[in-house]
Design a protein around this ligand. Structure first.
Ligand code: NAD
Length: 455
């Protein structure tokens, strides 16, 4: 039995049976048998099913947000934002999928035509994280189903109830039970899925688990996409408005209690505006209300996974021991549940864990830099590469810098932003492959090259 606790209170809120290895194997065989009929439907039939899913999801935003908040500790407004955000992503997929998946004739000369068609991969596995279960799941299962795949879906063990609601809504909307198959449980269930007869693995989660999955399935030559962690930097140049930059970056660092893959995790500020920036940043952070995630006023909720508190404690202790200055926060909050104060350090450097390893919590380091060259060097001093940003009035300067940063997404005067119209991908240890954009629809297909010559 999987015991589900509310991370804000520690209370047990549900117990759900975990999928056994036998069930995983049986459900995979059923998905394999069901997928061809799903793929053989006219595209419009799958489109209509997913349109119904969108309507069903929209009708339940409020109750789904309450469930999400109860199981991950996310403030209720942010839970609502996430579900509404998935509705926008679904709109993008519904609008784009037909043209994107239609065969493309790319050559027609002298009786020879060349055409690309997009066949579904077949049966794919979607192993999901808990921090944005609607986003990271939806990025996969919505386009994958539209493209004609069957999906074996393992929600995170920390977002199981949400995962089961997603499955219920898809099934009620007309996705056959064997075409979208939820399999609930911890890492063992994910590992059991990898051992099945599958055509692709789409994973969102930590680098450590992603590396294990790559080792397990690498030699099978099936499609493998890994969306992993980050240590996302932003540089604030001397011509930026320190107040505007500080307010934006404080939100980028602390939203969802810093538990976002694209949270701002490192900040470099030009020495000439460093002090003014820090003053505004700390003031903004002090204004964030932490507490009951069910309250409309709350901005910082609970830490979803208790072990992350140890990571945060260790980063704080290491930064202090190496001479960083604690501006605010720095400790757990007493009481039941998992709580950590929003924490800001200055006087940090790259010898500190805080500036090297993903914090995945409301903890941020702000480092003084002398100019663009030093900022660029520090931004690229990481094994990760998910997002990076520059705050400056000068677009040309920002674009020149951002073109040299190793990151899948780059931001000028903004941060912590994901668009369904743009590909979402990482460099280095932030992963391989992409979701979102029209490329994030085609990624669930096998392109077939047709060489057609008239006799
Ligand atoms: P995690 O790696 O602990 O777990 C992710 C999923 O993998 C869970 O469903 C888990 O049950 C499963 N799993 C665990 N061991 C497994 C195994 N051996 N085989 C197969 N599956 C296994 O990560 P998490 O704590 O859920 O998520 C947080 C991490 O996800 C952070 O590092 C964050 O940056 C990253 N993330 C990345 C993105 C992105 O788009 N790049 C988005 C959201 C989260």
């Amino acid at each position: 039995m999987l015991k589900i606790h509310n991370p804000a209170t520690g209370a047990l809120i549900a117990e759900v049976p975990e999928a056994s290895a036998e069930l995983v194997a049986e459900r995979t065989r059923a998905a394999r048998a069901a997928q061809p009929a799903w793929a053989a439907l006219p595209f419009e039939a799958r489109l209509q099913v997913m349109q119904r899913f969108r309507v069903a999801l929209a009708a339940e935003v409020e109750s789904l947000a309450v469930t999400l908040t109860a199981e991950v500790g996310k403030p209720i407004r942010q839970s609502r934002n996430e579900i509404n955000g998935l509705l926008s992503r679904i709109d993008f997929f519904l609008l784009q999928a037909q043209d994107t998946l239609a065969p493309q004739q790319v050559f027609d000369e002298g009786g020879t035509r060349e055409v690309i068609s997009f066949d579904p991969l077949g049966v794919i596995v979607n192993i999901s994280a808990w921090n944005y279960p609607y986003f990271v799941g939806g990025n996969v299962f919505v386009p994958a189903l539209l493209a004609g795949n069957a999906v074996l879906y393992k929600p995170s063990e920390f977002a199981t109830l949400t995962g089961l609601h997603i499955a219920r809504l898809l099934h009620e909307s007309g996705v056959p039970l064997d075409v979208f198959v939820p399999l609930v449980g911890r890492g063992e269930v994910g590992a059991a899925l990898l051992a099945q007869d599958i055509d692709g693995v789409f994973f969102t989660g930590s680098h450590a688990t992603g590396a294990k999955i790559a080792q397990t399935v690498g030699a099978r030559f099936i499609k493998l996409q890994l969306e992993l962690g980050g240590k996302d930097p932003t540089y604030v140049a001397e011509d930026a408005d320190p107040k505007i930059a500080a307010e934006s970056l404080a939100d980028g660092a602390m939203y969802n209690a810093g538990q976002s893959c694209c949270s701002v995790e490192r900040i470099y500020v030009h020495e000439s505006i460093h002090d003014a920036f820090v003053e505004h940043f700390v003031e903004t952070v002090r204004g964030f209300k932490m507490g009951d995630p069910g309250s409309e006023e709350t901005y910082i909720g609970a830490i979803t996974r208790a072990p992350q508190l140890d990571v945060l404690d260790a980063q704080v202790a290491d930064a202090k021991a190496k001479g960083a200055t604690l501006q605010v926060g720095g400790a757990r909050t007493a009481g039941p549940g998992n709580w950590f104060q929003p924490t800001v350090f200055t006087g940090v450097d790259h010898t500190m864990e805080l500036m090297r390893e993903e914090s995945f919590g409301p903890v941020i380091g702000i480092q003084k830099v002398s100019g663009d060259a030093e900022a660029l060097k520090l931004m690229n001093d990481t094994r990760y590469g998910l997002t990076a940003g520059v705050f400056t009035k000068d677009e040309a300067r920002a674009r020149a810098l951002l073109a040299k940063v190793n990151a899948g997404s780059v931001y000028w005067n903004c941060c912590d932003r994901v668009s369904p119209r743009l590909p979402w991908s990482g460099y280095g240890d932030s992963g391989v492959g992409l979701t979102l954009s029209t490329m994030g629809i085609q990624t669930f297909t096998r392109p077939r090259a047709w060489h057609l010559r008239q006799p």
